[in-house]
Design a protein around this ligand. Structure first.
Ligand code: SAH
Ligand code: SF4
Ligand code: F3S
Length: 483
């Protein structure tokens, strides 16, 4: 739909329409006028840079905001020496916040050199009232602050910020709104994230996400399919369906649809070659999903199945709603149905009350499931979550020691798992030219492993059969079968 709207034909003498998304196109047209005036005055287009912290949800949100900036006429840059800089923030762990504060100091220096620079902050961190207050009082050179619920209003907020000489702050507590049909500027021409749902209702006791992303809302399947069809027509061959817990997709729709059913619909889209998704909460992973994955020609052989802890007692305190035994049984069932699948995970070390025995249970699950790779995190206390108020927070040196032991085990197993496809010929989706050596290209196997092999940039976005010659631990060196 957005391709049909010509910004130059929108009548700005009229009032802004109340309906979305047309209202945002009106503000894009207004911004474009501002950009044109800037160009006349400065003999160049204004530049804009968006930096993303955090997960794929944020990456996708940033692509949407880049799409809007691009439509308005900004020149997108990678450097923060730009006329407009936006940080899309994450607050899942304390160090995510610290990074943003660090970067902000750097931006203040840049703004002194370029006083017309506009600095904006958005995303999960801004949804925390303490953070918003700190920005308001101690970072007065920031021009625009908004959160996760009103990203669709980006064009409108930008107009307000450009017209105002005070800090503009627009933060919503929650929303049930989903605005479709806004533009997006993809990082990769051949692959794209696609939101299938927003928010989270699980309230794992350590996690801030439900507080900053609001309640779970699913998009209608027809809107998702229409978006993917549009992406495929635009050259996309791989989609990553995104949600905090894709396994509970569609439960609250007027006409409920399960995630397994949605996958079957996506599978039908002609021209789409690969389907990925994340994240799967173990408590909701259905037999139907396993059956659909097993029979699918397009769903990749990769499942990210966050464990968090191997101790049933800690899992209970985490409010994860599965036991160690249930998790192990599920992983075994998945491996039995699809022996070539790669299972990856997230693990938290040092949750309040974690004893050495609990940690040993985590190591035990890692040994039994044999993860293809795992993200390991040190527990970070998030104010406002139930776990932050729990007693028995584990001392830092104990956590660090457990973390190192876990990492060593995870890496050892992951290396062995990677070696399993040595010598095989498997399809690789080529993603980019190798950064160190441009006679090589880099791509991904269905199971998400990286492969480097001799090739050229014409291969980018295509699927090539590659002989996996040498396993280098976490990636392969290979040779393409078309010479
Ligand atoms: N919805 C996803 C997770 C999103 S957050 C899921 O449930 O799987 C990504 C990961 O960050 C989580 O899986 C968890 O391992 C980690 N994480 C979340 N909160 C954390 C905290 N307070 N401290 C350390 N790690 C945390
Ligand atoms: Fe956080 Fe749990 Fe929701 Fe994942 S499922 S986002 S860990 S509350
Ligand atoms: Fe971070 Fe928000 Fe994602 S807190 S992990 S960016 S949902």
């Amino acid at each position: 739909m957005y391709n049909e709207i010509d910004l130059d034909r929108i009548d700005l003498t009229q009032e802004a329409p109340a309906q979305e998304p047309v209202r945002q196109y009106y503000f894009m047209a207004k911004c474009r006028k501002w950009v044109q005036e800037f160009e006349t005055k400065n003999k160049r287009r204004p530049t804009a840079c968006i930096q993303t912290f955090g997960c794929q949800m944020n990456e996708r949100d940033s692509e949407k905001m880049r799409g809007i900036l691009e439509n308005i006429g900004y020149e997108l840059t990678k450097t923060e020496e730009a006329d407009f800089v936006l940080y899309n923030t994450c607050t899942v762990r304390e160090n995510a916040n610290l990074k943003v504060y660090g970067h902000l100091g750097y931006l203040s220096g840049l703004k002194k050199k370029n006083p017309q620079m506009v600095i904006a902050l958005c995303g999960c961190m801004m949804q925390e009232p303490d953070v918003a207050e700190k920005i308001r009082t101690s970072y007065r050179y920031v021009d625009l602050v908004f959160g996760t619920h009103n990203i669709f209003k980006f064009a409108e907020l930008l107009v307000t910020a450009l017209e105002s000489d005070r800090m503009v702050m627009d933060l919503w507590k929650d929303t049930d709104k989903i605005v479709e049909d806004l533009p997006a500027e993809r990082t990769y021409p051949f692959k794209s994230g696609v939101n299938i749902m927003f928010g989270c209702n699980n309230f794992c006791s350590y996690c801030i996400v439900p507080y900053v992303r609001g309640r779970e809302r699913s998009r209608k399947p027809e809107d998702i399919i229409r978006e993917i069809e549009g992406l495929v027509a635009d050259g996309v061959v791989e989609v990553m369906l995104l949600g905090q817990n894709v396994n509970s997709y569609g439960k609250n729709l007027e006409e409920p649809v399960s995630f397994a059913q949605l996958l079957q619909m996506v599978e039908q889209i002609n021209g789409l070659k690969r389907i990925r998704f994340m994240t799967s909460h173990p408590k909701d992973l259905s037999d139907d999903l396993i059956a659909v994955m097993k029979d699918s020609k397009k769903i990749c052989r990769h499942l990210h199945l966050p464990l968090q802890s191997g101790s049933t007692e800690i899992l209970k305190k985490m409010n994860r709603r599965y036991t160690k035994e249930q998790y192990l049984a599920l992983a075994a069932k998945i491996r039995e149905a699809m022996p070539d699948i790669s299972i990856t995970t997230d693990i938290i070390v040092g949750f309040p009350g974690e004893r050495e025995e609990d940690f040993q249970e985590t190591l035990d699950v890692v040994r039994k499931v044999r993860y293809d790779s795992a993200f390991t995190f040190i527990y970070s206390k998030r104010t406002g979550t139930p776990a932050a108020a729990m007693e028995n927070q584990v001392p830092g040196d104990v956590v660090k020691d457990r973390f190192n032991r876990l990492l060593a085990l995870v890496q050892e197993i992951s290396k062995e798992q990677s070696e399993k496809v040595q010598g095989q010929v498997l399809p690789v989706l080529v993603e980019q030219q190798n950064e160190q050596d441009d006679s090589l290209v880099t791509g991904r196997l269905s199971n998400n492993l990286l492969v480097h092999f001799p090739g050229n940039k014409e291969m980018i976005g295509t699927i090539v059969d590659v002989h996996l010659k040498e396993c280098k631990g976490f990636y392969y060196l290979g040779e393409s079968m078309i010479q």
